[in-house]
Write a protein that binds this ligand. Structure first.
Ligand code: AMP
Length: 563
């Protein structure tokens, strides 16, 4: 069985295809969203909800949003030891793998994992390595919008369709345009805003709340501590969710043991978010431009990401495209379901028609050139694009370069990645040099061919036109690739970290929650909380399953009531 995994920035999901439909597999705590958070305590690694809770009390031992630095050299320090993003991700994948094995009653060793469409080669490779570190063979890395489109059954559509995938999550916004032609599903363009998401919509409510109540508050906003500000933010988040069902929603915060509440109308809130909606239009416009399509040529809009539940987002899309977006599938689950379908395609399962996926190159691949100055002479450091951003891959393009002087005996080709006009501002992927025969400048042209394939491998061939002599280099991305032995070695090094048994995790979540409450409260309240924690710990120590079950239920009720 190949499973599908949506390895998200905030939450991750695992799913599979049961022969008829996709199923989201519940995690050890019974939920379907596993927070992409890791926390280390001694030799134990906690992931998901427990890690998220632990992070509040033990930020030094925990990490979140590490997907953002996937494929980079950034290290996270947890409990004094350092981990790379892919290693932390591998812990999430390990626990999802276990959840799937428990649910399916079989060993799972293969997966399809999704990544954002704009992930470059290094970041895709790092994701693949994360899978390998978790003991999963990654059958395919698939773009999130492609997965979402597949989940919406695009592969079943008869006509050639152009689809826009609108993905507004907690902190990022991505737009992708896909085109289905026959059985080929092609990503035509991607655009986005890495600093726009649900959090910004929550922050607006925080501002509104302060505006309305600032005269009554005992402490000024600037003087509030982090904990109070976090509390206000959390209440704003709850208030925001209230607008999904109602035209008004209220927000209640406790400051210095006093309650401050006010309610807002949805219209009022939407007016306050107008500039955010303006910002949403920009990547939409840009993706259409890059795909060379008009708004009216889009046949379908698919919504992904929790924030697309916002009323104003849905009506913005409806207004822009003059039809309703497709929201049949839970926006949190669409990508994971698409991964499961892709996994089933890989297995050539019955009931699934295979489609061929293509992707786009998310950045420009170019080479350095010199340009002629107006008054004569040359100016170096300029760029000649060979494969442009958003070119459908696999792609192969050739440009001819000429030496600058008749007596020039060699040409050096620098391989660059990036969007800047200047070579120095782009990333240098590699360099090739080739000798030139004697001859005039215009006779000594060299053909530079870049071939970029679906696995993000770039092949560069430089060929002297006159002699046919050539040099070739394969560039496997910008990161230091790990060999199989290195992966095996790191797996061994990380093996001491154990995911605690599933049963224990439920208990751990309650204990961590209890500890947090304890720290958040004072005086008598603390004593009450401590008593409950002690009682539960004693039950755990007894190792009597019946007693533990009873104590857990009691402790859970107590915590829920308290919160
Ligand atoms: P994601 O990153 O896709 O999990 O999206 C998380 C974001 O979706 C958070 O900012 C949530 O506040 C937001 N979100 C989830 N449900 C709703 C809802 N009903 N209304 C508005 N925003 C929501």
């Amino acid at each position: 069985m190949i499973i599908g995994i949506d390895l998200g920035t905030t939450n991750s999901l695992v799913s599979y295809f049961n022969g008829e439909e996709t199923v989201i597999i519940p995690n050890r705590l019974g939920g379907v969203l596993t927070p992409s958070v890791v926390s280390v305590e001694g030799d134990n690694i906690y992931t998901g909800e427990v890690a998220k809770e632990r992070m509040l009390l033990h930020p030094d031992e925990s990490a979140a949003v590490f997907k953002r630095s996937m494929g980079s050299d950034m290290r996270y320090k947890l409990g004094g030891k350092e981990y790379r993003s892919e290693e932390l991700s591998s812990f999430i994948l390990r626990s999802l793998k276990e959840d799937a094995e428990e649910f399916l009653h079989e060993e799972v060793t293969e997966a399809v994992i999704s990544v954002p469409a704009y992930f470059n080669d290094a970041r895709r490779k790092a994701t693949k390595r994360a899978g390998e570190l978790a003991g999963l063979q990654v059958e395919r890395i698939i773009s999130e919008p492609t997965a979402a489109a597949i989940a919406y059954g695009l592969y079943e559509m008869n006509d050639d369709a152009k689809v826009l995938v609108f993905d507004l999550g907690g902190g990022t916004f991505d737009v992708s345009i896909l085109e289905l032609s026959g059985t080929i599903l092609e990503v035509r363009a991607v655009a986005g805003d890495n600093y726009l998401g649900g959090e910004d919509f929550t922050a607006r409510l925080v501002d509104m709340w302060f505006d309305k109540l600032k005269k009554d508050l005992p402490v000024k906003r600037e003087d509030m501590d982090d904990k109070t500000l976090r509390h206000i933010h959390k209440q704003a988040e709850i208030c925001k969710l209230g607008f999904t069902e109602e035209r008004s929603s209220s927000m209640r915060c406790v400051i210095n043991e006093q309650e401050y509440e006010c309610s807002f109308m949805r219209d009022e809130y939407e007016r306050r978010c107008e500039d955010l909606l303006e910002r949403i239009r920009i990547p939409v416009r840009k993706s259409l431009q890059d795909a060379r399509l008009k708004l009216t040529e889009i046949d379908k809009v698919v919504m992904v990401g929790g924030s697309t539940r916002l009323h104003m987002i849905r009506s913005l899309v409806a207004k822009l495209f003059r039809f309703m977006p497709d929201t049949r599938i839970n926006p949190d689950e669409a990508v994971a379901r698409g991964c499961a379908i892709q996994a089933a395609m890989k297995e050539r399962r019955e009931g699934i028609r295979e489609v061929i996926l293509t992707d786009v190159c998310p950045f420009t691949l170019s080479t350095e050139v010199s340009i002629e100055r107006e008054g004569g002479g040359f100016e170096s450091g300029h760029v000649c694009p060979i494969i442009e951003r958003n070119t459908v891959i696999p792609a192969s393009r050739t440009e001819t370069l000429y030496p600058l002087r008749d007596d020039q005996r060699s040409i050096r080709v620098k391989v660059l990645q990036g969007e800047s006009r200047f070579a120095a501002n782009n990333l240098l992927l590699g360099e090739l040099e080739i000798d030139l025969p004697k001859g005039k400048t215009e006779e000594n042209g060299v053909d530079v061919t870049y071939t970029y394939d679906i696995n993000s491998i770039l092949e560069v061939i430089v060929k002297v036109r006159r002699t046919g002599e050539s040099v070739k280099q394969i560039l496997k991305g910008t990161d230091v690739d790990m060999s199989d032995e290195e992966i095996a070695k790191r797996m061994e090094e990380l093996a001491y970290l154990k995911i605690p048994p599933r049963e224990q995790e439920k208990n751990k979540l309650l204990l961590v929650r209890g500890e947090r409450l304890y720290e958040e409260n004072f005086g008598d309240d603390r004593m009450v909380i401590e008593q409950y924690i002690r009682r539960f710990e004693m039950a755990l120590n007894s190792q009597d399953p019946v007693r533990i079950d009873e104590a857990r239920e009691e402790f859970r009720e107590f915590l829920e009531e308290w919160e």
